[in-house]
Ligand binder design. Structure first.
Ligand code: 3HC
Ligand code: NAI
Length: 700
């Protein structure tokens, strides 16, 4: 079937696009569209309407074509054909008109949209800029500031907002096709002019230099090291200062610079990795789902409260169970406070807040969980307590209810074994703050049933999380990989570095926060307490934790006590260096017989990032994660890893696995096998000169 069809009805030429699933602008669609417009120039039509079949208007360029040789006609050429048409063209928008899709609409002379539709220029999220005239046409219609906001955030806006910004001419509630045709008929009757956006000039006074400088500065901070946002600003500046064709040429040049950058390759990898992660190997698409219409949560502490909010936000009633009434009131109070903060920030209305709060009921009686579809346990991180909770759940919950644990490290199989229904038990590992963080690690136990896994993956979408499936091991994917990363940060510190140096190396790499600052944020006492029950052998060499232990014993637990590796301003929470800490580090190094030395930035970066990668490779070879891309999704959405690096495994591919393997072998010689044991998979791929991406394709 053709992706573009054309019919002529009552002087109106209707061009229908049908390229499932999202009408991406593949070569076939571009050629078909161009041909249809050209042919219509000489027929009896007096106006044209572009309509899309399926769930959406055009969702953008075909991302799978990027990185391959370009194929004519290019999208800018097709849009030029549209704009130059001697008959008015109306774009009829439903679903989402995104990126190149919205640029097609801007190349038309008029735009009609359904009220439920959204439009946007999300290219920046792929490390790109709108490269088919979007940077030149959007500011001409919507003004410079609105255009900058739309393109540098990449967030879509409603058709109503787009209407208010002149980007849409008419918004209708129903029957888009009829409305767009009626609009075109009015154009014919009124002999309306061809409204070409290129003919609009931007008043330079509306875009002072300070406006651009302000955006440059903000984005340098918000999107550290990213090329695309800065290039977008340069394009909009060109839209103000240069004639249309020169602005378009500038856009083309800067688009090409983005497209060929490793940043865009990384971000495009993430686009597909995120969608791939939602798929479970070996699980048929038609696996039946269990209903999740009510949820019980056990433990209303840091995690339980946030988890409850996710479900209430999705309109699903929650029963929050606590150990006693006092703990329950505390938990409910925190939820109320969090909602009040969101309402104050304008993120939800008072009515929405009340609606959400009405969906959260408290309880101290397990009987109140008898009928819920899903229970999520978020009590203290202690295996015996968790087993006790699951024994009680087994006794009261209805058959078929899904019983989940939010444990960070405990063995999901042992927890499942506390019940008579291990097939219904699964790990749902949320990240803190649970109402904000997008990642959800879903941990399948040995006996977890397929439909429980499928339901959990679907449920994640309902509560707007990004799910990644893992198998059981200590720390699952994310926290297990953190161990060598934090270990190396501590070793670098005692061998010669400083907290500031370690954090700045990782923050310059793009991490949201360096590992030392993260330790302070999470609380240094957590690791300290976890080590208490361990033997000397289990604890590992003292030099990896002697500084942390000494800090905890001094009462410096991290941010929560006002001081850890850094001190913290009580009001702004800004971190400050503390000379006392370096005195402590030097004393501990002496006690450990370590002669401190100068360590290069490169060694800092490689020891920390290669530590993560090596553990990631072990996780793959053990089958804990399904694919390298899944690990990347975990790190981008759960640990502040820079999206422009594409996650640790994509970064590994960009560095080269042979270089990483050789460096790890060298570290093994230098620092000992106790710290560095190269993964067998890494060794194999290095020897075969392959990437993780190639390995993933071969094992799809
Ligand atoms: N190109 C190729 N494939 C695409 C695509 C695109 N632009 N957009 C979506 N797909 C694919 C997805 O990979 C997925 O494939 P799969 O089923 O094999 O996993 C399938 O279409 C469905 O996508 P989603 O699962 O994301 O479906 P949703 O309904 O949840 O979301 C959407 C639909 C909002 C359109 C979302 O897919 C999306 O945001 N797409 C990307 C939009 C975008 O970034 N456009 C800009 C592209 S860059 C560009 O246009 C450059 C230009 O300026 C020159
Ligand atoms: P928390 O200490 O803040 O809250 C635990 C709550 O559980 C307390 O309110 C306590 O009263 C309640 N509780 C304890 N025993 C109970 C029982 N038998 N029945 C009912 N309620 C009980 O702990 P937090 O941080 O919320 O952690 C909970 C779980 O989530 C742990 O397993 C932890 O490993 C995991 N987790 C924690 C993360 C974090 O950053 N805090 C991140 C991801 C997972």
């Amino acid at each position: 079937m053709s992706v573009v069809t054309y019919t002529l009805e009552n002087e109106i030429g209707i061009i229908r696009l049908n390229n499932p699933p999202v009408n991406a602008l593949s070569l076939a669609l571009r050629s078909g569209l161009e041909e249809a417009i050209n042919n219509a120039q000489d027929d009896a039509s007096k106006a044209l309407v572009i309509l899309c079949e399926g769930r959406t208007f055009i969702a953008g360029a075909d991302i799978t074509e990027f990185g391959k040789p370009p194929m004519e006609p290019s999208l800018p050429a097709v849009i030029a054909t549209l704009e130059q048409s001697n008959k008015p063209i109306v774009a009829a928008i439903h679903g989402t008109a995104l990126g190149g899709g919205f640029e097609v609409a801007l190349g038309c002379h008029y735009r009609v949209a359904l009220s439920s539709a959204k439009v946007g220029l999300p290219e920046v999220k792929l490390g790109l800029l709108p490269g088919a005239g979007g940077t030149q046409r959007t500011p001409r219609l919507a003004g410079v500031e609105a255009a900058l906001e739309l393109m540098t955030s990449g967030n879509p806006i409603s058709s109503q907002k787009a209407h208010a910004l002149n980007l849409i001419d008419e918004v209708v509630d129903t029957d888009l096709e009829a409305a767009a045709i009626a609009f075109a008929q009015r154009l014919i009757t009124d002999q309306a002019p061809l409204k070409r956006i290129r003919d609009i000039n931007i008043d330079p006074a509306s875009a002072p230099k300070e406006l651009f400088d302000g955006y440059r500065k903000t984005l340098a901070r918000r999107a550290r090291g990213q090329i695309a946002p800065q290039n977008i600003i340069a394009c909009v500046e060109a839209a103000v200062n240069l004639p249309m064709d020169e602005g378009l040429a500038k856009e083309r040049q800067l688009f090409a610079e983005c497209l060929t950058s490793p940043q865009s390759a990384a971000m495009r990898h993430m686009f597909f990795a995120e969608r791939e992660a939602a798929k479970v190997k070996g699980l048929p698409k038609e696996t039946p789902l269990r209903p999740v219409n009510s949820v019980g949560i056990i433990g209303g502490g840091t995690m339980g409260g946030g988890i409850a909010m996710n479900f209430a936000n999705a309109g699903i009633p929650v029963t929050l169970l606590e150990i006693n009434d006092e703990a329950l009131q505390r938990g409910l109070g925190i939820i109320e406070k969090n909602y009040a903060i969101s309402a104050k920030k304008g993120k939800l209305s008072d009515a929405q807040m009340q609606q959400c709060l009405s969906l959260v009921q408290g309880s101290t009686d397990y009987q109140d969980l008898a009928e819920v579809d899903l229970v999520i346990e978020a009590v203290f991180e202690n295996l015996d307590i968790k087993k006790d909770v699951f024994t009680k759940l087994d006794a009261v919950c209805k058959p078929g209810a899904i019983l989940a644990t939010n444990t960070s490290y405990q063995d999901v199989d042992q927890i499942a074994a506390a019940t008579q229904r291990p097939q219904d038990v699964i790990g749902l590992h949320f990240f803190s703050p649970a109402n904000v963080m997008k990642l959800l690690e879903i941990v399948r136990g040995e006996k977890t049933a397929d439909d429980v896994i499928a339901t959990a993956m679907q449920m994640a979408k309902t509560i707007k999380k990004v799910p990644v499936l893992a198998r059981v091991c200590y720390g699952f994917i994310g926290n297990r990989m953190l161990q060598p990363y934090f270990r190396e940060s501590q070793l670098l510190l005692i061998e010669g570095s400083t907290p500031e140096k370690i954090d700045s190396v990782m923050e310059n790499f793009g991490m949201a926060m360096g590992p030392i600052a993260v330790s302070d944020l999470a609380g240094i006492d957590i690791g300290y307490k976890a080590r208490q029950g361990l033997s000397a052998e289990q604890k590992g060499p003292a030099k990896t934790h002697c500084v942390s232990d000494a800090l905890v014993e001094m009462g410096r637990l991290g941010q929560k006590s006002g001081a850890g590796f850094y001190t913290y301003d009580p009001e702004t929470r800004a971190r400050q260096s503390d000379p006392l800490v370096m005195e402590l580090v030097e004393a501990q190094a002496k006690a450990q017989g370590i002669e401190r030395r100068e360590i290069s930035d490169e060694e800092h970066l490689n020891r920390m990032t290669f530590g993560l990668i090596n553990e990631g490779a072990k996780i793959l070879e053990e089958g804990i994660a399904q694919r390298p891309g899944d690990i990347d999704v975990v790190y981008i959405y759960g640990y502040g890893y820079p999206v422009s690096r594409g996650g640790p495994m994509h970064y590994a591919d960009s560095v080269g696995l042979k270089k990483i393997y050789d460096t790890i072998c060298q570290y093994r010689e230098q620092y000992g096998e106790v710290f560095w044991q190269p993964s067998a998979l890494l060794k194999q791929l290095a020897e075969e000169n392959k990437t993780f991406a190639q390995w993933a394709q071969e094992n799809a």
